[in-house]
Design a protein around this ligand. Structure first.
Ligand code: SF4
Length: 247
């Protein structure tokens, strides 16, 4: 008789890494859903992760090109052979004093930290192509501030106090695909008395759910926020103990 169990795990279909449950039957994942114990929720992309897991096109072992570039001819090689090809190429690049030419593309979240360390150890900070998702923002922050912003949003359900305010600025929590739990968290916080303010030129699904929608002009973000900061400072509306700490 076969076995079947719901196994708690994390979705890895996007950087949100939602907490999910996977129904595993005889060693095969059959179904995915959010893990209610961890406030998780699975979006359609997360549930489609099963297709990726068992796709015949999924890369499962090192493949070496044997035909001309673009010809699509590859052959399977061992991990040992792959490692020796890679180390030889990396050593050659470094010996030529060109380690800075190594470019990697990956998303800089928790499990990629060792990759950052490797790249730093190999030849100083090496830029990444990062062509996907909000990676341009991440690279801009690395270059200008030297650090990666915390793009994992803490659940509004836990962090917004009763009667607090949630402000979404150009953020499409209800219409976008990033952290499937966020829309539900926002609605939970609203049910507990939080107010939702949406700042966006477009009347988005988020704006439709907002207590207040502020339709600024496109490109007017900086003026809007400078005005907001000016008002808060000149009217003394900020937390003085916190704001004047260290001054
Ligand atoms: S938002 Fe969707 S795809 Fe991304 S981690 Fe959560 S369930 Fe997976």
């Amino acid at each position: 008789m076969g076995t079947s169990a719901w196994v708690p795990t994390a979705c890895y279909q996007c950087k949100a890494e939602c907490s999910i449950l996977a129904r595993v039957e005889d060693g095969q994942v059959k179904e995915v859903r959010g893990n209610p114990r961890a406030h998780g929720k699975a979006c359609v992309k997360g549930m489609a992760g099963i297709a990726l897991e068992y796709s015949p096109d999924r890369l499962l072992y090192p493949m070496k090109r044997v035909g001309k570039r673009g010809e699509g001819k590859f052959e399977r090689i061992s991990w040992a052979e792959a490692m020796s090809i890679l180390t030889a190429k990396l050593r050659d690049l470094k010996d030529r004093g060109e380690a800075h030419k190594l470019t990697a593309s990956f998303f800089p979240h928790s499990i990629t930290d060792p990759k950052w360390r490797f790249l730093n150890a190999y030849g100083g900070f090496i830029n990444t192509a990062l062509p996907h998702c909000d990676s341009a923002k991440i690279v801009a922050c690395l270059k200008t501030m030297g650090g990666v912003p915390n793009h994992h949003i803490p659940p509004a359900h836990f962090t917004v106090p009763r009667g607090g305010i949630i402000i979404l600025v150009g953020r499409h929590a209800f219409g976008g695909l990033d952290n499937a739990a966020v829309p539900r968290d926002i609605l939970d916080a609203k049910a507990r008395g939080a107010k939702l303010v949406v700042i966006d030129p477009i009347f988005t699904p988020d704006a439709a759910k907002a207590d207040q929608w502020i339709p600024i002009k496109p490109g007017g973000d900086t003026a809007f926020f400078l005005g907001m900061i000016h008002h808060i400072v000149t009217q003394g509306l900020y937390d003085k103990d916190f704001g004047e700490l260290g001054s």
